[in-house]
Design a protein around this ligand. Structure first.
Ligand code: C2G
Length: 131
């Protein structure tokens, strides 16, 4: 069975997140999603997500087509996660283009175009600007 793996924070879940999960899932029969932990976000973005890791895992695990979710504790551990989950394909949005090419010895690596005009940051900015 062809397994696809993808990673993300998926904070304030939106259509861009749904689109990449659907596109990634269409590449195989089993979709595994690594949800970056609160502490990893604190490290890489300097702030915690609005939604906790438990909430983000609950949302993503209930999206149709997602078979397994797990906590991504380190950005550098992708090879371990790919091997552990027996992934044949790593799929990511093209904001990460080129960043995971070194994993091509382990699995196929696919970058999808990001969904335009939507991001967690822009949603938070709009919400803040509402009087
Ligand atoms: N995405 C997208 N279109 C958008 C926004 C996001 O296709 N408009 C994709 C991103 O490219 C990524 C996935 O949705 O593949 C999750 O995005 P984020 O939650 O922003 O994930 P990020 O913080 O980039 O974490 O190890 C990698 C990290 O865990 C990725």
């Amino acid at each position: 069975m062809k397994t696809v793996i993808t990673f993300g924070t998926f904070d304030v879940f939106h259509i861009g997140h749904l689109n990449i999960l659907l596109k990634a899932g269409a590449l195989g029969e089993r979709l595994v999603v690594g949800i970056s932990s609160d502490s990893l976000n604190q490290k890489k973005k300097g702030r915690s997500p609005l939604y906790s890791q438990e909430e983000r895992m609950a949302i993503v695990s209930n999206i149709k087509g997602v078979d397994t979710v797990f906590l991504e504790e380190s950005l550098e551990a992708k090879a371990d996660y790919i091997l552990y989950h027996h992934a044949h394909v790593l799929a990511m949005g093209d904001d990460w283009a080129g960043r995971f090419d070194h994993l091509r010895s382990l699995c196929d690596v696919v970058y999808f175009p990001r969904t335009p005009s939507i991001s967690t940051t822009s949603i938070i900015e709009i919400a803040k600007s509402v009087p």
